[in-house]
Design a protein around this ligand. Structure first.
Ligand code: ZN
Length: 435
């Protein structure tokens, strides 16, 4: 496999740490960011790396040489005239004969690149973006996806958002298909070009861009605060542990009564309100080695009381509110089914005895596959014995929350939780204290 790392451009906001070094050479725990990238790529079997370097410094070439020390073959392009983030494609067009990774050099990361490429090949788009939820979606570019994972829009951070949106942000890693390079083959000389504006945006517009959604660690360290956070995450092992080649630990969360206030059924977005402790508790999960994954039964869909579109809006509100509190869910899985037929207004095809309605574990098995989760090392936190039974069925440790459903033992009364806590904040304290 081949990767192109965009390491041109100067870092100005990190001057006190970087000095005159190019930004990708800023050290994290004693190694340049770029070296963490090269080593991560090499571990997945990437053998050839092209690095775009600024002409103001030879620090990158001096450090990496021909790449043999790092088990890869490295070639350099020096930007005599800055060509923007896409201009170098002119040179790549005649060199690269296969789909390749495009990586921005100021990102601290550890990724299973094989998994990313496999997703790209399966969907066969012109560009596959790497999407993930982050702790500040309100000032990030956000990707809008359809059910198949196709990117149908990108909401710029520059435009105000007075509506609810899902927290899937653009990380700055891509797989670019070799076909996209054909555009450049007829050109006589390179032109200055912005990758996002002039290549990514038109690809989204023509329906050829997909999003690979991942929980892996990819963060920029462009300000002193972010630099400190990334260094801490690396020193505590969070960066490496999130690589999906390693088994993951999750805290599975029920929705109603755990994250949002328990009430009558939440049939529309205006009925959803976060519990006071939810964003703070989930933010602490996000900063730990655990994934935060919501697992919820939503029989309101089968009963015809809420459409799939309305449920999407409810979940967009949930993600927007959590995002405002600096927290995110790595993913959310719901069961729209219900087994009992014969009610007015119901959706007959959803009135089935499915494999995903809790306490069945179909949704957990899907999450396990999507994120390589070790269920035995994971927890289920819910406000009913039905949730507890789900956790037991999946082999997870379980916590029952007492500030949710006022009648928690209505079903599966015999299911005994490992622990009982007042709310999610207390449950997260307990889980993290056992680390
Ligand atoms: Zn189901």
């Amino acid at each position: 496999m081949i990767a192109v790392i965009q390491a041109g451009g100067a870092g100005t906001r990190l001057k006190e740490i970087a000095g005159d070094l190019p930004k990708p050479m800023v050290p994290i725990s004693g190694k340049p960011i770029l070296q963490w990238q090269v080593e991560s790529l090499a571990r997945s079997g990437v053998g050839v790396i092209y690095i775009i370097c600024p002409k103001t410094s030879t620090a990158i070439q001096d450090h990496f040489g021909d790449g043999s020390k790092f088990g890869v073959s490295i070639h350099y392009f020096v930007e005599e005239v800055p060509l923007g983030t896409g201009g170098v494609f002119f040179y790549l067009a005649n060199l690269i004969k296969e789909d390749f990774f495009l990586v921005f050099g100021d990102l601290m990361l550890d990724v299973d690149w094989n998994r990313f490429m496999k997703f790209h090949k399966k969907h066969d788009g012109a560009i596959t973006t790497f999407g993930h939820p982050n702790s500040h979606p309100y000032d990030s570019d956000v990707l809008v996806l359809n059910q198949e994972g196709k990117v149908i829009n990108m909401l710029s951070k520059k435009n105000p958002r007075d509506f609810f949106y899902n927290n899937v942000t653009n990380a700055g890693l891509y797989v670019v298909s070799k076909g996209l390079l054909n555009t450049f083959k007829g050109m006589d000389e390179p032109i200055k070009m912005d990758f996002e504006k002039e290549l990514l945006a038109p690809t989204i517009f023509t329906g050829l861009c997909y999003c690979y959604r991942s929980s892996e660690y990819v963060k920029d360290c462009g300000t002193p605060d972010r630099y400190a956070a990334v260094t801490r995450d690396n020193d505590t092992g969070v960066v490496k542990s999130r690589n999906l080649a390693n088994p993951q630990k999750a805290i599975f969360l029920d929705r109603d009564g755990v994250i949002n206030v328990f009430g009558d059924f939440v049939r529309s977005a205006d009925k959803l309100f976060l519990k006071d402790d939810a964003a703070g508790a989930i933010k602490r999960i996000n900063e730990s080695k655990y994934l935060a994954i919501c697992i919820t039964n939503q029989p309101v869909v089968a009963r015809g009381e809420t459409s799939f579109a309305e449920l999407s809006e409810i979940h967009a509100k949930l993600e927007t509110l959590l995002g405002e509190g600096g927290a995110y869910l790595n993913d959310l899985y719901f069961c729209p089914h219900h087994p009992d037929k014969g009610f007015e207004g119901e959706v007959p095809e959803l009135k089935i005895d499915c494999d995903c309605r809790k306490p069945k574990i179909g949704l957990l098995l899907k999450a396990k596959k999507d994120y390589n989760i070790d269920l035995k090392a994971s927890w289920f936190v819910g406000d009913t014995h039905q949730d507890v039974q789900t956790g037991i069925n999946a082999g997870c440790k379980t916590i029952l929350i007492t500030s949710g459903d006022p009648n928690p033992a209505a079903k599966y009364a015999d299911a005994k939780p490992d622990y009982i806590c007042r709310d999610l904040a207390e449950a997260v304290d307990l889980i993290l204290s056992q680390e």
